[in-house]
Write a protein that binds this ligand. Structure first.
Ligand code: DC
Length: 233
């Protein structure tokens, strides 16, 4: 059976459940383009911080930010020395800066703004038009690509997720404590699943992957098999 739908893989799930690792692995093994939609929300958040649309108390000047959205240009560039895709904001490589705790602390609030979502979802849909893409995020299977050929929803226990994020931050020299990292992660999840526009939730036709106990290789082998089956590869 040959599939006629464009090959689009949607991976959604809670923070630090390994979405991007699976997505990148699938992209590498199947020759797909990987798009990190969370990086786009992070880039808008960084833009808001830099332009003082977030004040010292953390209050967001929503109207000013929304009015300035048209000034934001987001793209991805391939770094051939690391073999990784990196996020560009108005021509500047912001890959490291969008991963800082300062951005993480505000990204859920910024991503709850409907106009921000409309702005980014439009770009994301365009990126997937021709297929050959794997995108990870929170609303990819529900909103961005409701017709995706494959939808995966990832989950893992809170402690395992917090440990993963903590280790990742430590390796970058961040000094946040485990408890701080865990609190930020859980807080972000609550905001992401309770917002009114496109809340984080499993699409009805998404397959649940609890990877608490799975190795990377096991997850990837499972996901690759699934995509190959559906795509007739
Ligand atoms: O995947 P991530 O942790 O880099 O995402 C950062 C935040 O961006 C996340 O807390 C919620 C938001 N996000 C979203 O609202 N919709 C997406 N498709 C991806 C991310």
């Amino acid at each position: 059976l040959t599939q006629t739908k464009p090959l689009v893989v949607a991976i959604d799930g809670y923070s630090s459940t390994g979405k991007s690792t699976i997505a990148k692995g699938l992209a590498a093994n199947l020759g797909l383009i990987y798009v990190d939609s969370g990086a786009m929300y992070r880039a808008v958040t960084l833009f808001a911080i830099r332009n003082k649309f977030i004040d010292a108390d953390g209050k967001v000047a929503k109207k000013e930010l929304v009015d300035a959205l048209s000034e934001i240009e987001i793209s991805f560039t391939f770094n051939s020395s690391t073999g990784k895709s990196e996020t560009m904001l108005n021509g500047e490589n912001v890959e490291a800066e969008i991963r800082t705790p300062a951005v993480a602390a505000k990204v859920s609030e910024i991503s709850a703004i409907s106009e921000v979502r409309t702005f980014l979802v439009r770009k994301q849909k365009m990126m997937g038009q021709k297929g050959g893409i794997v995108m990870d995020g929170r609303d990819i299977g529900t909103v961005v690509f409701p017709d995706a050929l494959v939808k995966i929803f990832t989950t893992a226990t809170d402690d395992i997720r917090a440990r993963r994020r903590y280790d990742e931050l430590q390796s970058k020299g961040d000094t946040s404590s485990f408890e701080e990292v865990k609190a930020n992660l859980l807080h972000r999840d609550r905001l992401d699943e309770s917002r009114s526009d496109s809340p984080l939730k499993q699409a009805e036709d998404a397959i649940l992957l609890d990877n608490s106990e799975l190795s990377l290789e096991e997850q990837l082998a499972w996901a690759e098999q699934l995509v190959r089956e559906r795509a007739g590869l």
